[in-house]
Design a protein around this ligand. Structure first.
Ligand SMILES: *[C@@H]1O[C@H](CO)[C@@H](O)[C@H](O)[C@H]1NC(C)=O
Ligand SMILES: *[C@@H]1O[C@H](CO)[C@@H](O)[C@H](O)[C@H]1NC(C)=O
Ligand SMILES: *[C@@H]1O[C@H](CO)[C@@H](O)[C@H](O)[C@H]1NC(C)=O
Length: 186
């Protein structure tokens, strides 16, 4: 089943005439890059991480045989596809998705290693993405994580994000986080 999915993904990618179009479309982009000035974009949005209820957006995919004995859940891994909205209400205007994984990677204190791809779906950022890799510490909020790259309008992006808990329901484990983004790009 898993092998089939990977094969399918690879064959789809190879079937598309990607190389040709990328080189042609990007020629002008590369030419202009020589003279381009960097831009600074600041964004704020809310991430809805739902572990239980109707619309689950994060699922546990793995844990170690020792995770249950660990005070920091060391070895626990989740995959998520969380909606992003303009304001804290889940029904407010959607601005994109946060897709990625988080896992407990600290044996001393409660902290999650996060790999997130923010995929934007509105306005001039529609179709562009920002990639974040860093640690979200439960004990030292707010968490700062680096932007390690981007696509579309965010090509060659760097910068950082600040993640703050907006609300957390300890019964359902569902949380809303506010993300503030400072991205430098061209
Ligand atoms: C679940 O998602 C559907 C479709 O997006 C939406 O209509 C519904 O309100 C959501 N339910 C909850 C409890 O958030
Ligand atoms: C975003 O882009 C997609 C694909 O080009 C398009 O179908 C969609 O309508 C756009 N959404 C908005 C809100 O502009
Ligand atoms: C927290 O989650 C529980 C279980 O899903 C639910 O019954 C309760 O209403 C939620 N509390 C708030 C403040 O949303």
């Amino acid at each position: 089943m898993a092998k089939l999915a990977v094969l399918l993904l690879f064959s789809l990618a190879m079937a598309m005439p990607l190389v040709h179009s990328i080189v042609e479309d990007d020629d002008e982009w590369f030419q202009n890059l020589h003279y381009a000035k960097h831009k600074v974009t600041r964004l704020h949005f809310y991430l809805h991480d739902t572990l239980s209820g109707k619309n689950i957006s994060a699922v546990q995919v793995a844990q170690a045989s020792t995770t249950k004995k660990s005070l920091t859940f060391f070895g626990l891994v989740f995959i998520f596809d969380d909606p992003l909205t303009e304001s804290p209400e889940p029904t407010s205007r959607p601005v994109g998705r946060a897709q990625g994984l988080y896992g407990s990677a600290d044996q001393q204190e409660l902290a999650l290693l996060l790999a997130i791809n923010f995929v934007f779906t509105t306005g001039k950022f529609n179709g562009s993405s920002l990639t974040i890799l860093g640690t979200n510490s439960a004990l030292h909020p707010p968490s700062e994580m680096p932007i390690i790259g981007g696509t579309g309008v965010f090509r060659l992006a760097r910068g950082f994000v600040i993640a703050k808990a907006h609300s957390l329901n300890v019964t359902s484990s569902n949380g809303i986080l506010k993300y503030s983004v400072v991205a430098i790009h061209y």
